[in-house]
Structure formats: C-alpha cells, structure tokens
Design a protein around this ligand. Structure first.
Ligand code: ATP
Length: 434
C-alpha cells in the first residue's frame, strides 16, 4: 500500500467511524484543531490511563499533578519562552505567503518565487487577557508546555509528600502553540495534550536515570502494541541540544509521512529550578533530610504528546487482509487501548428470548468493561463493523443459547470462535483481555 494511501485511509476511517473529526467542521473547520468522536475519546482516554498507570501507579517514585493552563506570566520569562520560543519566518514577496525559514529550500513552495522578506522571529505562545482590562497588565499565555506547572510546584510537592530524591512528578494536560504549519492530521496541531514527567535526582545520578527513562519510555510503546520495526531512538547531536541540556533522545515512529518524534527524553540539568528561583526569589533547592546538604536536583524529562501517541497507535493498528475474496479491515489495538472490548450481538433481533439474554449479558458485562449492543445488520456485517473499530470480542447469542446457556465468542485477530458457558463468560473475557 502506498504510504499516502495509508494515511488517507486512516483519516477517512477516523471520520467514518467516529474516531476523529475536523474541529468546527460545519463552519469549514479550523486549521490545526481536531475533535475526538465517541471512539476516539475512548481510545485517547485509554492511552492516558495506560500512561498514568505505567509512570505513576506501577512505580514507587512518581506522583501525579494537575496544574492549571493559565499561569503567572513570569513563569514564561523564567523558562525562556517569552524571549526564545520562536520560529523564524519569512514572507514570499510575490504571493505574500509566510513560511518557516528552516522549512524553505530556496524557492517559495507555493508560487516558486525566490525573493523573501527579512527573517522575523515569531513567538509561538498563544496570548489572552484575564479580567476586565485588556491591556498589557492583564496578558497571560495559554501554556505552551505542561512542564513548567511541575517546576513551579516542586517545593509544594516536596513539602506535602516528604518525597526523597530520586522522585518524579507527572502530569497530563492541554498545551497550546501557534504553529505556523500545523498538519499531518493530528501530528502537529495548535491545541494538543502532553504527557510529561519531571524526574528529579542527584546530579551524579542523572546520566543513569536518563538512560533508564529512555528505555522505559521506548518499552511503553512496545508494551502497548507498537511494532518494534516502526520505532527508533534518535539521539540529538550537540548542535540540536538546548544550551542547558546535557542530552536528549527522541522516540520516533515511522509514520506514513516519515520518521517523526513521538516523545523526547531530555537531561535538563538544574536549569529550570535555578531559573524559577532567580525569577521568583523563592528557595527551590532540595535539602537532604539525612545530611542536611542543600543542592539543586538535576531533572530528566520524558515529554510525550498524547495526540501523537494516539495517532501512532491508530496507524500501527491498521491492518487489511483478504478473507473469502473480500477485504477485511481490522484495527489490531492492544486490548488495553481498544475503545470497545466486547460487542454483544443477538443473532435474531426479533426473537424475544435471544434479545432478553443478549441485553442481560450486556448489562452484566458493562459494569466491568466497555460494551456495545448491535442488532442493526446481519451477523457478517456486524463482525466487519466491529473489526474495523478494533473491538476485541463479539459475543453472539443464538437459538441454541436458549437451550444450552452457551454463547459464541469470536476473537478479533484470529476470527476464531469459541462456545462458552454463560456462567463462565465474564471470567473468560477478563482473562483474554489481559
Ligand atoms: P516538534 O519538533 O515536532 O515541534 P518539539 O520538539 O518542539 O516538537 P517538545 O517541545 O519537545 O516538542 O514537546 C514534547 C512533545 O509534545 C512532542 O514530542 C510531541 O509529542 C508533543 N507536541 C509538541 N508540539 C506539538 C504539536 N504542535 N502538536 C501535537 N503534539 C505536539
């Protein structure tokens, strides 16, 4: 399959089945913004839960945080965003279109013109005003990253939790960037969700923790179903590194449009805490409770995009095969990520006995797993519909079920069918969802 075809197929499936819609589509859409439909909302939620479990609940050394999007403007002075979070832009003198200078290869991609205006720095932060006055004193920014919400709460978390180094603070939340060229579906948008960890440690431990986090984050994608051949680690060279960083490695995914960053893992040294101490005047050093020694911890930052991750899970799950001369599209999501776990399908929708058993099965299962009930087509069509959205199991109730109290369970990936006793059904499904 040509790579462009694959992306087109995924975008079209996402719209057709309710994973992802264009934002405000009835008004012609808004560039760089997308909406998650019923299935996309479930999928993205599952991605966030899987991340939260892996980086917080299943470890001993990381706690969660949920900081606000609006922060004191001084935050962005201290972090360097007010002065340095810029893209350099030029305008084509012929067609007047604007481009990122680093994306230009000599000619205007739109009209072929070769004359451009002087380069100008363009800040990517989105600005708004708080309160009744719309002047410079009321300007705040929609955060361009969630990380700073963690740094400014470092002392609060230490005081409240008595955590000892090494420990991390993790959060998931919306970030905003006025990207000049949003595109590639949800890969680059102006509003997106980040999943970030700031892991604080003694300076001498930072190189080892950096390596540990690179491996842990790579493995997380593999554990949730991404094929290894579609993942790679890319180490930044010295020129690419921020001036304060001692190392940065990206986890990249082989999207149909090329290898691209899913997540970056950086050793940010003690830069951020020192900057916030300088700008706030508050002591942000860490005091070792045993030795009383005071110092600035180093920070390892695994910073991933939830939307980019979700897109990678969608692309990697997409699978086409030929079954009985017809194309079967199946989204092979990891069981934890699949939006729907079970579809309950009555073989005859007008048979009261069958309907009542099927309804009861759904009511019982939905307390523990996400289920749907569908009787709107013939069974073959119902199976194909569920395959296309990655539902793990279809449970079919037929006439025989009324006599033997057994149902047919069909597995998404193998299409294998098992006859399972009703009394065993929930156990069987739970076991197979692990
Ligand atoms: P890029 O080089 O692609 O613009 P970046 O290196 O600036 O990304 P970071 O600032 O390191 O990105 O942000 C951490 C993560 O947040 C990225 O790895 C990505 O997953 C996500 N992210 C950043 N910008 C966007 C965006 N415009 N749309 C969607 N996700 C984004």
């Amino acid at each position: 399959m040509a790579e462009n075809d694959l992306m087109d197929k995924i975008v079209s499936l996402c719209k057709r089945r309710g994973f992802i819609f264009q934002s405000s589509e009835v008004y012609g859409g808004l560039a760089g913004a997308w909406d998650y439909g019923p299935l996309g909302a479930e999928l993205k939620r599952n991605v966030k839960t899987a991340w939260w479990q892996a980086v917080i609940h299943q470890r001993d050394d990381v706690v969660g945080l949920d900081a606000s999007i609006l922060m004191h403007p001084m935050t962005w002075k201290a972090s360097g965003h007010t002065d340095n979070f810029t893209d350099v832009l030029v305008d084509c003198k012929k067609c007047k279109r604007r481009f990122r200078q680093d994306h230009l290869k000599g000619k205007c991609p739109s009209c072929g013109g070769t004359e451009f205006t002087e380069p100008r720095a363009f800040n990517l932060m989105l600005k708004t005003n708080v309160g009744a006055m719309e002047d410079s004193s009321s300007v705040v920014y929609l955060r361009p990253e969630t990380a700073q919400g963690i740094f400014v709460n470092f002392a609060n978390v230490v005081d409240a939790t008595h955590r000892k180094l090494p420990f991390g603070i993790a959060q998931i939340g919306k970030s905003f960037r006025n990207e000049i060229t949003p595109g590639n579906f949800t890969f680059r948008t102006r509003e997106f969700e980040q999943m970030e960890i700031e892991y604080f440690c003694r300076p001498e431990d930072a190189p080892a923790k950096y390596e540990e986090w690179i491996n842990a984050r790579y493995q997380w994608y593999v554990d949730h179903g991404i094929k290894k051949e579609n993942l790679q680690l890319r180490k930044h060279d010295d020129q690419e590194l921020a001036h304060y960083a001692a190392g940065c490695t990206d986890v990249e995914y082989k999207f149909p449009f090329g290898w691209s960053e899913l997540e970056g893992i950086a050793n940010r040294t003690d830069y951020d805490l020192k900057q916030h101490e300088k700008f706030s005047g508050k002591d942000l050093q860490y005091r070792d409770p045993v030795t009383n020694e005071k110092f600035y911890p180093f920070v390892i930052e695994p910073s991933g995009g939830c939307d980019r991750g979700t897109l990678a899970f969608l692309v990697d799950a997409y699978h086409e095969e030929t079954v009985n001369d017809a194309t079967r599209i199946v989204m092979r999501f990891h069981p934890k990520l699949a939006p729907i776990k079970v579809a309950v399908l009555p073989l005859l929708k007008k048979n009261e006995g069958i309907v009542s058993v099927a309804r009861k099965i759904k009511q019982d299962l939905q307390k523990d797993m996400v289920c749907v009930y569908d009787d709107t087509a013939a069974i073959g069509k119902l199976y194909r519909r569920q395959d296309e959205i990655g539902t793990m199991f279809c449970v079919t109730v037929d006439v025989q079920s009324l006599e033997d109290q057994m149902v047919t369970v069909r597995h998404r990936d193998t299409m294998k069918q098992d006859r399972i006793a009703l009394a065993q059904l929930k156990n069987y499904l739970t076991e197979n969802l692990k």
